[in-house]
Design a protein around this ligand. Structure first.
Ligand code: PLP
Length: 283
């Protein structure tokens, strides 16, 4: 049977799923999203993802939309049963909805478009993690509401493609001489066994994985500081790693032409990998 997705109340094959050209998500990128992992058929950290989704909806004035985000759990469970997913990811996409004319101003009452579908993103195994990855440093030219998980991702798309077209895994973003995040990840650095990650602000997404890593590291007796990380901190770090829901630790061993830790993945990054793997196994 063809893979089923959820669109506006119906479970349908992915290839039959269509939306109107008048959808504000299509015309304006007007909407928000989430990406939630599924490990061994269990939805990972659902509460944290729903909390962030609620916050994103509030921040774009969609808090009164008539889709109840508490339905997401049931929808995902139905998709897991229908498609027999075990380890997978769920993409949740909520746009402001369809309007008759293309205009910036949206009506007070508008029905959101809700898409929920499984996606099979590549997950690195421990051997790949242990080899490390490369990154480029670029100016963060995105907007200053990067705390919203907005579907308007053109900035991130350009920055991530800059990386891939130039042989890097990720682009690390600098604004006002400070690290914000990666094009699709949060970033941690290690210096003298102390761990730093940029503090939350409008310049970065409050990553669910970022939060998990901070908690796991602290529970295991490591010092984690949420504070500004400058461009030069990044360049002289002992370790740098990116994190996201798809790959919870991606060690960076080279940033442009600067080698980090002699090109060797650091022990703390490897420890984080094991800590998260154990957490997932026990979840
Ligand atoms: N920052 C950006 C810009 C992202 O796109 C993502 C994930 O897609 C993250 C951070 C990491 O967020 P999370 O750990 O919740 O997946």
């Amino acid at each position: 049977m063809e893979e089923q997705i959820y669109l506006n109340g119906a479970y349908i094959p992915r290839t039959n799923a269509n939306i109107s050209i008048m959808d504000r998500g299509f015309l304006f990128g007007d909407g928000v999203y989430e990406l939630i992992p599924l490990y061994g058929k269990k939805i990972f950290l659902l509460d944290k993802h729903l909390k962030r989704l609620k916050n994103s909806l509030n921040l774009v004035g969609m808090e009164n939309s008539d889709f109840d985000i508490n339905n997401i759990e049931g929808i995902i469970k139905t998709l897991v049963d229908k498609n027999k997913y075990e380890d997978y990811f769920f993409y949740i996409h909520i746009t402001r909805g369809v309007q008759n004319t293309r205009q910036h101003i949206y009506p007070e009452k508008i029905k959101p478009t809700v898409l929920i579908m499984g996606e099979n993103y590549p997950v690195f195994n421990k051997d790949e993690i242990a080899k490390g990855f490369t990154a480029s440093m670029q100016s963060d030219f995105r907007w200053t509401k990067s705390n919203i998980k907005s579907i308007s991702l053109l900035g991130s798309v350009l920055l991530k493609n800059y990386a891939s077209q130039n042989g890097f895994y990720e682009t690390l973003l600098i604004r006002d001489n400070k690290l914000t995040e990666g094009s699709a990840s949060n970033v941690f650095i290690v210096k003298d066994n102390k761990i730093f990650t940029p503090k939350l602000s409008v310049d970065l997404l409050p990553g669910v994985t970022r939060d998990l890593l901070i908690n796991l590291l602290r529970e295991n007796g490591l010092d984690v500081f949420e504070k500004d990380v400058t461009e030069s901190d990044l360049k002289i770090a002992d370790e740098v790693w990116c994190c996201s829901s798809t790959n919870f630790v991606v060690p960076i061993i080279q940033i442009d032409d600067i080698t980090i830790n002699n090109g060797i993945v650091g022990n703390i990054a490897l420890r984080v990998y094991d800590l998260v793997r154990n957490f997932i196994s026990a979840y």
